[in-house]
Every structure is written in C-alpha cells, then in structure tokens.
Design a binder for this molecule. Structure first.
Ligand SMILES: Nc1ncnc2c1ncn2[C@@H]1O[C@H](COP(=O)(O)OP(=O)(O)OP(=O)(O)O)[C@@H](O)[C@H]1O
Length: 491
C-alpha cells in the first residue's frame, strides 16, 4: 500500500485514517465479518484515497456513487490523466458513444477499468447497468460499492437525495460485495440512519477522525449593520483586501448578484479614490448557465476573481487550498451545512476565517423556505418536522455568545470530549471570555445594541403571507361538524 500511495498518487505518507480504511477494505479486520465500512473524515481530509487505493490493489471493478456529475468528471479526469488509473463513468448526460464504450468495457470477462463512477440517479434507473453489475457479481469482478457523500442517504441529514435512499437495494442484491460509505458530515442520528438504509448497520466498521479544523477561526457577527450591502462590501474590502481568496454564501440567487455587484462597485470606487483595493467578485448560483459557472469557478481558482458570492450550489468537490475566508451572509439551514461550507477554507492548513452573520429575520426566512414545496421533498408537515430541529440548532449556536463555539460544533457533530481549552481562543466566544478587546475581528462589539432593533416575533411556519391572505378572505370554509361528546366519540 505504501508503494502504491507513493508511486501512483505521489504521496509521501498516509493521513489518518487512510491506511486503516484501505486495509479494512482490502483485508477486513479482526472481529468484523465483512469489509463494509463507514468513513467520517473532514472535508479535504483525503477520503478519495481510502477507496481509490484498494480499487487499484485488489482489482475488479469498484463502483463509486457520487452526487454530482461535475465532481465525477473531475475525479475520472484526474485518475486517468494524472495517475494513469483506468476509470470511467456513466451518466445520463454523456454521449451515446461514450456510454457504449463504458458498457462494452463492463461486459468484458475481466474489465480493465478499476473504478466506475455513477450518479445515484443512474444507478437507480438503468436496467442495463444493473444487468452488467449482476454479471460482474457472478464472475467475482464486483470489487466494492463506494457511496460518496453518504449523508445524502439520510432524510434526517441536511442534503437528502431521494435517489440515494434507493442504494439500500445494493446490499440486498449483492450481499457479498463490500460497501464503503464516506462523508464529511453526519451526526449520530444521520450516521445510524445511513448505516441502516444501506443495510450495513451490523457489519460496518466505523472510522472517524477529529472534525476540528484548528486553523479556521469561528466568528459570529450581528448582521444589522451589514444589511446595507454597500456597508458589507466596504467591510469585505477593509478586512480581506484584494489578494485573499474567499467565498460569501448567500441564501438566494438574487442575493449572490446583489452582493457581487456591491463588492465590485466598492472595488471600482476605491480605484478612483486610491484607497486600499477590495476584491473582484462574481455571482455563482444554480441559475447561471453551466458554461458560465465553469468559467467563474476557473477564474476564482486561478485568482482572477477573488471572492465568489454563491449559493450552496458552489463548493462541493472544490479543492482550492488557499481559501482564506468563508462568510455566511445569511444563516445556514443546518450546522452540518455550516461545517461543510466553512470547511472549504484553509485546506492548506494555514490560518483562515469563518464569519457567520446573524439576523433573527434570516431565521424566519429560512423557516419559510423550509416550508415551501421542494422536488421530492415529501409532505409539508414532514419537511417542517425534519427541518425545524436543524434550524433550532443553528439558531442556538449563533445566539450563544458564552460557550466555546468550536466545542459546541464538535459536540453537535458527534465528537464527544472536545474541551474548550483546545480551542486556543480561535472563536469569538472564547475571545470574549478571555477579554480580548475588539474580539477576533478587532471591532467594537455592537451585538446587544444591534439585537435590540432586530427582534422578530417567532411565528410557527404557515403563519406567513398566504395564511394571512386566507384569513383576510374569511379562511377556507369547513363543513360544520356535528357536535359529539367524548363518550360518543369513543364508541
Ligand atoms: N496522504 C496524502 N498525502 C498528501 N496529500 C493527500 C493525501 N491524501 C489526500 N491528499 C490530497 O488532499 C486533497 C483532498 O483530498 P480529497 O479530495 O480526497 O478530499 P475529500 O476528503 O474527498 O474532500 P471533500 O470532502 O472536500 O470532497 C487532494 O488534493 C489530495 O490529493
């Protein structure tokens, strides 16, 4: 394994727990009947190597299920061109010729490809693919299934994908093929749900490493004074200048455009006045055409654009090492989401900053969004039942100004025993407790004052505009029910 790690991937050593995971995938472990496993490693931790290495060493075809086509294409390109590893993918978006070539390879007695990447949609819907997998299984050539971003399996998670749920069928149909599930975020509830759904709850060995990213400072700031987008643009320019790479996460497509425009306007203004320049910004969201999105991502990676104002459509699979700041202009929907998004900062191990802006009205807005119909999102009441606890955790996390944020986040992610002293004053709560003037941002603390004018009356979901309109119109007329006594009902 050492040789393969060095010769094929050019790595000097393994990161924890890559070696243990790969050994388990190849040989299994004492006390474990099979070779199923669940791997919880932070973003950028090096999860891919955990399955790519066994795929090369053991032979056969490793089937990797990954949620995003762009991510899949990127991985396959790296494997084939940079590492000379035979790999391919199947997706509904590829050309007929490419798909035919991939199938022809899979139908060989001994396929030469080591890794086959597929989207969950493809795996759930392609009969031809299932026929191929059955043939590979019968001839002993189906090496393992890898479920990347496995938290998408759980409807309790922050990024549930209905097609992922169907992956439970794999273990039923191919009981002897090991399953490796990998994710960077999963609470205990989500982990248990993922294992159960994939049918590996009793067999999987769980590998976890610390979630702490000590080089990322965690800061929560009141949004009040930043609601004015030009004030926000000025703050970004003052704080980060035009050389540092960053991401500003927004709640809506419109917000990405507005903030990017404001940051660029501030940059233009500073050019005229000769002040320290601000960053060049671009807006990135799912509404931007794919070609333009790729152009923006490339420009940002190359440093031509310094800050991307983006919805959460931006980020999955991004491996830019020198992101120095991630700002959440609006609160995230869950703490898993927050952790995953801030994890895109400081992948080079150098200092980075994660700043989340809090406004009570943003929480109300999220509550409203969660109640809206979503494709495959199920019944409204179920959606609210699932999203509300996640949002309450976010709110409590952001409103807490006393307990160490790092310790709270670690504990939420299921990492017990993380002590606040290990934070080393790298969160705003610890800095406040330590009496550091100006906190980590070196700014006057205006929270209490800002909070006074940011009170939003907490209303249950469903008490918004539509309900008000219905009430104003006299509400929906119901048939009067005949009065029944409790005793009559029981009968
Ligand atoms: N043992 C290692 N030594 C040096 N570099 C490594 C090692 N393992 C992985 N890397 C590098 O670390 C980076 C991140 O790896 P990878 O993409 O597998 O992370 P990940 O855990 O899948 O992240 P994400 O959750 O963001 O997808 C890559 O550039 C990879 O080449």
């Amino acid at each position: 394994m050492d040789l393969c790690n060095k010769e094929v991937f050019g790595n000097e050593a393994f990161r924890s727990p890559q070696f243990s995971v790969a050994s388990h995938a190849i040989r299994g472990g004492r006390g474990y009947a099979g070779r199923d496993c669940f791997v919880l490693m932070p973003t950028g931790g090096g999860k891919s190597l955990c399955y790519q290495l066994p795929a090369i060493i053991t032979g056969g075809v490793t089937v990797v299920c990954s949620p995003l086509l762009s991510l899949i294409q990127d991985q396959v390109r790296h494997l084939v061109h940079d590492y000379d590893v035979p790999a391919t993918y199947l997706s509904s978006a590829q050309t007929e010729t490419d798909a035919r070539a991939a199938f022809a390879e899979l139908r060989k007695d001994k396929p030469t490809i080591r890794l086959l990447y597929v989207t969950p949609e493809k795996l759930a819907s392609s009969d031809a693919l299932w026929t191929c997998l059955e043939a590979l299984y019968d001839s002993g050539q189906l090496a393992r299934f890898v479920i990347d971003e496995a938290h998408c399996v759980s409807s309790w998670g922050h990024d549930f994908r209905p097609d992922y749920k169907k992956l439970g069928a794999l273990k039923k149909r191919f009981p002897d093929t090991p399953v490796m599930a990998l994710t960077a975020t999963a609470t205990m509830t989500v982990r248990a749900d993922v294992l159960k759904s994939l049918g590996i709850a009793r067999t999987a060995r769980c590998f976890t490493v610390t979630f702490n990213r000590p080089n990322i400072s965690l800061i929560v700031k009141h949004k009040k004074r930043m609601r004015d987008v030009s004030a926000f643009a000025k703050w970004v320019a003052d704080r980060y200048g035009d050389k540092k790479a960053g991401i500003v996460y927004c709640l809506s497509r419109d917000e990405t455009a507005t903030l990017a425009a404001a940051i660029n306007a501030e940059r233009a203004r500073r050019f005229k006045t000769g002040e320290r320049p601000g960053p060049a910004a671009a807006a990135y969201n799912a509404g931007v055409p794919q070609k333009e999105r790729t152009r923006i991502q490339n420009a940002w990676t190359a440093g031509d654009v310094r800050v991307c104002c983006a919805t959460i459509a931006f980020g999955m699979g991004i491996d830019k090492p020198d992101v120095r700041y991630v700002v959440h202009y609006s609160a995230p929907k869950s703490l898993e989401g927050l952790y995953q998004e801030i994890g895109r900062a400081g992948r080079d191990g150098k200092e980075a900053e994660a700043v989340t802006l809090y406004a009570a009205s943003d929480i109300t807005r999220l509550r409203r969004i969660n109640a809206m119909p979503q494709p495959g999102g199920g019944r409204r009441a179920d959606r609210i039942k699932k999203s509300e606890p996640l949002l309450r955790e976010v709110e409590a996390f952001l409103l807490n100004r006393v307990d160490c944020r790092r310790a709270r986040l670690m504990s939420y992610l299921g990492e017990d025993g993380f002590e606040a002293r290990r934070c080393g004053v790298t969160c705003d709560a610890c800095a406040r407790r330590a009496g550091i003037a100006g906190g980590l941002l070196g700014e006057e603390d205006t929270w209490d004052e800002d909070a006074k004018t940011d009170k939003v009356i907490r209303k249950p979901a469903g008490s918004g505009a539509t309900t008000r309109r219905k009430k104003a119109a006299g509400g929906r007329k119901r048939k009067a029910k005949p009065k029944t006594t409790t005793r009559a009902k029981k009968k």
